[in-house]
Ligand binder design. Structure first.
Ligand SMILES: Nc1ncnc2c1ncn2[C@@H]1O[C@H](COP(=O)(O)OP(=O)(O)OP(=O)(O)O)[C@@H](O)[C@H]1O
Ligand SMILES: [Mg+2]
Length: 511
């Protein structure tokens, strides 16, 4: 039988980039096919071609054995191909059913036709694949993991049987990832084919039937979890051996750089998200904040960086009270920030790479003299940083919006790591990065620490926190459950604290 999907020699060029270079691959019915590759390898481009968002320069696509012309997303949808984008395309003030019906035939007349029928079908789809979605729920009230399922329902409602998911787990908590995997297995067992993009090798090993690895726009190979290992996959992706662990010497903590006293912060809905948190970070140490996403970490970091007012308590940076300081004043106190939402807080997408690299220092020497910007210095500096941090871009004049997701992240890291700083606040600094880049960024964080910088690392990746930190603070429901020395802390112990078990009980359980 012909494969459900076959790509033959797909090639796509952008100005200065060969994004896809004669890519051929097949996807079988009921298969979960993982697509792996370093940042800028061409994964998203290939999927955009399959979904009709880009036209290939060369190559052919066959769907169920027949040559397909996919000129626009509608063609893809008609062929049963659906894509869940990384940034969800849902209307927050509409219900699930209304969102699912948007853009489908039944809205052509300008009104929602047969809403009852839609609700019935959504219920049926939700039950058939174990999605657990209420058709009447408003999108804005749903957690990210459920919103993602609404996107999946949208595809199934349109009878897609080839589902493309581009880094779906990047925004999920570990628990939500587990649930998504159950759903994917259920979909596959009922004949749906899934193309799954991720940078997490553990996930690939856990869920994929087959794995295709891309590098520099080309297929390096196709394998299965049984025939490979995380180490081998990493080497295939990057073309060299990758250290999956961080090597570092014991910390030599100096004076406190950041001191937080009884800090309280409201979230967007006016609830206390940070409920009286106290801690300090010393020069030369990494304090990791572990916790399931949504336990106040986001609001904590926003308050520390001046992006959200404190509702109570005090923040000292190098012994100066910065509780009500502006983001710029905090930055000028020697604080670097790698924000959680890189597109919103970290970059101006329409600006060139070079300008994004000096976004917060363009008005200072050497980039400006007496208020006049020096383009030459800015461009020369950009060239250097792009090389140093391995940002894959055709030129420093390319708008950041046309870089791959991981390379956008590298631009932020390159900028924030390249100024003289005393305190580094890094939120999920390696989100969306490939294993090679993660290794590099981790090394740079340890280097910063060893230069005497204080580092506050916030990450939902427990492995990352445990690997990099000298001390680990566990956040739960807006409070710090405990601060543990990383050397002796165990994964089980931290896991229990993250789940809300109190420190005394954890110690009792662990013995
Ligand atoms: N619209 C565009 N215009 C110009 N260049 C582009 C465009 N889209 C992608 N590229 C380039 O094509 C290459 C492949 O990018 P793509 O987004 O496919 O990578 P990726 O494998 O998805 O990477 P990541 O893991 O970082 O998401 C990159 O060099 C990128 O800069
Ligand atoms: Mg991508």
């Amino acid at each position: 039988m012909a494969p459900v999907l076959e790509l033959r020699g797909i090639t796509k060029r952008f100005p200065g980039v060969l994004a896809n270079d004669h890519i051929s691959l097949t996807v079988e019915e009921g298969e979960i096919h993982a697509l792996l590759g370093e940042n800028g390898a061409g994964k998203t481009t290939l999927m955009n071609i399959l979904y009709g968002l880009y036209r290939p320069d060369e190559g052919e696509i066959y769907v169920r054995g027949r040559r397909a012309e996919i000129r626009q997303p509608n063609d893809a949808i008609n062929l049963g191909i659906g894509m869940v984008h990384q940034h969800f395309m849902l209307v927050p003030v509409f219900t699930v059913a209304e969102n699912v019906m948007l853009g489908v035939e039944s809205i052509r007349a300008g009104i929602f036709l047969d809403r009852e029928d839609a609700v019935r079908r959504i219920r049926q789809i939700s039950e058939q694949y174990g999605l657990g979605v209420d058709p009447h729920a408003y999108i804005k009230t749903l957690p990210v993991g459920i919103q993602q399922r609404v996107e999946i329902i949208k595809l199934l409602y349109r009878q897609a049987d080839i589902l493309i998911l581009d880094e779906p787990t990047a925004v999920l908590t570990p628990q939500e990832v587990e649930e998504l995997f159950k759903i994917l297995r259920s979909l596959a067992s009922q004949g749906k084919s899934i193309i799954f993009i991720t940078h997490k090798l553990k996930e690939v090993m856990a869920i994929a039937d087959r794995i295709t690895v891309l590098r520099n726009g080309r297929v390096v190979g196709t394998t299965t979890p049984a025939k490979t290992s995380e180490e081998q996959l990493a080497a295939m992706m990057v073309g060299r051996e990758v250290l999956l662990r961080v090597e570092k010497r014991p910390a030599q903590p100096g004076e406190p750089v950041l001191r937080v006293e009884n800090l309280q912060v409201f979230d967007d809905r006016g609830n206390l998200a940070v409920r009286g948190v106290s801690f300090e970070v010393r020069a030369g140490e990494v304090l990791g904040v572990a916790g399931v996403q949504g336990n106040g970490q986001t609001e904590l970091v926003q308050a520390l960086t001046g992006l959200r007012p404190a509702a109570g308590g005090r923040i000292f940076i190098l012994d100066k009270d910065m509780t009500t300081a502006s983001p710029r004043a905090i930055l000028e106190r020697g604080v670097a920030h790698v924000p959680e939402d890189r597109q919103k807080d970290g970059l101006v997408l329409s600006f060139p790479v070079a300008d994004n690299l000096v976004l917060n220092t363009y008005y200072l020497p050497p980039f400006a003299q007496r208020g006049v910007m020096d383009r030459e210095v800015i461009l020369a500096t950009a060239e250097r940083r792009v090389r140093e941090f391995d940002v894959r871009t055709p030129s420093v004049l390319t708008p950041v919006s046309s870089l791959s997701g991981g390379n956008q992240q590298k631009v932020i890291v390159a900028r924030e790591f390249s100024r003289p700083i005393r305190l580094l606040i890094a939120s999920q600094p390696t989100r969306g990065l490939d294993v090679g880049s993660i290794e590099y960024i981790h090394r740079r964080i340890v280097e910063k620490r060893d230069e005497g910088c204080a580092v506050l690392l916030v990450s939902p990746e427990l492995d990352e926190v445990m690997n990099l930190s000298d001390r680990i603070a566990v956040m739960y429901e807006g409070q710090i459950q405990a601060i543990l020395p990383a050397e002796t802390a165990t994964k089980e112990e931290i896991g229990l604290l993250m789940a809300g078990v109190r420190k005394e009980e954890v110690r009792a359980t662990a013995g």
